[in-house]
Design a protein around this ligand. Structure first.
Ligand code: ADE
Ligand code: ZN
Length: 333
């Protein structure tokens, strides 16, 4: 039995496995520029974030109908449950779909269909976080938020906003207004920062956007003052070690600074980002960091505990306590 954990940094479009991509392409009459799944997989050789994003956005062409989005999320939730995920706060990129002529309702109602049955079918509680594409305009982000209004909690599944896509040259402050609007609508706020961008973007995400968690945050280590603040304020970091290796933010998994970050007192969580592209879902990632970094069972338990501590479960503390009790009771094989 895998260690119980929450997944807090997972792009649903990044769970599109080659087999499902080809199945949806056939169903929707979309021609992919790859002969088969094997050829597609050989393209998963990335030099940086942008080289990944080019492929990631391209492959989204196969996602067209509500059924497609439901199938994508169903497949992820089944895998996540098998890997010990008890709670998932799932990102999606609405602007990437709106730009292709796929309506917000198609995306959210499709994902929502899978999320609605996730607890009964898979035993996984879920939330949905819409991410703004930081390499698009602030106006486009605001339009996406407007289009999402019928689907915001408590009436729909969207509980928060995030910020992703190409980081360098797109500082958080560009999105001040849309984050203010999101806060006024009662949404939770997270943001990718310090993945490829400088530590100053982390500070800006906290100060200007009111981010409650930082996605990645790896480059905080370059500025001791940023580290001190993250420690002091117990700001969770949703680290994605396999992603960092595949997108070359770190050289090898054995060189990942996760142990040093834990030692520094940072509230670290370990997540899978885009598992179909980076070679591992939640438990695969825990296994990989344990093997490469020699983490002890107690350090793994700390990471699992942190994932539930950092989850947006403030409205359901009883559930959080239940999950935390499962972590404490877990016996390592
Ligand atoms: N979109 C999907 N995965 C991402 C990542 N790792 N960083 C930024 N944007 C993303
Ligand atoms: Zn990400």
């Amino acid at each position: 039995m895998p260690l119980p954990k929450a997944e807090l940094h997972l792009h649903i479009e990044g769970t599109l496995e080659p087999e499902l991509a080809f199945e949806l392409a056939a169903r929707n009459g979309v021609t992919l520029p790859y002969a088969d799944t094997e050829e597609l997989r050989t393209a998963y050789e990335f030099s940086d974030l942008q080289s990944f994003l080019d492929l990631y956005y391209g492959l989204m062409a196969v996602l067209r109908t509500e059924e497609d989005f439901a199938a994508l999320a169903d497949a992820y939730l089944a895998r996540a449950a098998a890997q010990g995920v008890r709670h998932a706060e799932i990102f999606f990129d609405p602007q990437a779909h709106l730009a292709r002529g796929v309506r917000m309702g198609t995306v959210v109602e499709g994902l929502g269909r899978a999320l609605d049955r996730a607890e009964t079918v898979h035993g996984v509680s879920t939330q949905l976080i819409m991410c703004f594409l930081r390499d698009e305009s602030a106006g486009s982000a605001m339009e996406a938020l407007e289009a999402a209004r019928p689907y915001l909690a408590p009436f729909g599944p969207i509980t928060g906003v995030g910020l992703d896509s190409a980081e360098v040259g797109h500082p958080p402050a560009k999105f001040r207004e849309v984050y203010e609007a999101a806060a006024a609508l009662g949404l939770r706020r997270v943001a990718h920062a310090g993945e490829e961008g400088p530590p100053a973007y982390i500070t800006e995400a906290l100060d200007v956007l009111g981010a409650e968690r930082i996605d990645h945050g790896l480059r905080c280590l370059e500025d001791p003052e940023v580290v001190a603040r993250l420690v002091r304020d117990r700001v969770p970091l949703t680290l994605c070690p396999l992603s960092n290796v595949r997108l070359r933010a770190v050289g090898t998994l054995a060189e990942h600074p996760l142990p040093a970050m834990l030692d520094a007192g940072l509230l670290c969580t370990v997540n899978s980002d885009d598992p179909a592209y980076f070679g591992g879902y939640a438990e695969d990632t825990f296994d990989a960091v344990r093997a490469a970094l020699g983490l002890s069972p107690e350090q793994l338990r700390e990471l699992a505990r942190n994932s539930f501590t950092a989850a947006f479960l403030d409205h359901d503390e009883e559930r959080r306590s239940r999950y935390l009790a499962e972590v404490e009771a877990y016996e390592f094989p």
